[in-house]
Design a protein around this ligand. Structure first.
Ligand code: ZN
Length: 105
């Protein structure tokens, strides 16, 4: 396994804290146990995504703004991260994805 950066280590230890677990639970309840993208139930393995994706080490653990977080099912979470890599430079990727999907049958 690749050596973890300081930021990755800080993130991992924060995610193991009780503070983080309690916060996860709070957001889960707030969303009514629903994944906002698929509108399906959140299931085991869902992820609390930090919308401040460029957060540094100090900013990462800041849970004072609940609106910076969203609980997503695992596959949707991964998909959004993947799309975001392209979308941040070119929003029209969403149009092309839709255009492609419309051709699927
Ligand atoms: Zn995420």
């Amino acid at each position: 396994m690749a050596k973890m950066s300081r930021l990755q280590k800080a993130k991992r230890s924060f995610r193991n804290s009780k503070k983080w677990k309690d916060f996860r639970h709070k957001i889960h309840i707030k969303q009514g146990g629903i994944d906002p993208i698929t509108q399906k139930k959140l299931y085991k393995g869902c992820n609390l995504h930090h919308r401040h994706v460029t957060a540094n080490e100090e900013e990462y653990g800041d849970i004072s703004n609940e609106d910076d977080y969203v609980m997503l099912n695992k596959s949707i979470h991964q998909m959004l991260h993947e799309i975001y890599r392209y979308w941040k430079n070119d929003h029209s990727i969403l149009d092309r994805i839709e255009e492609e999907l419309r051709l699927w049958h």
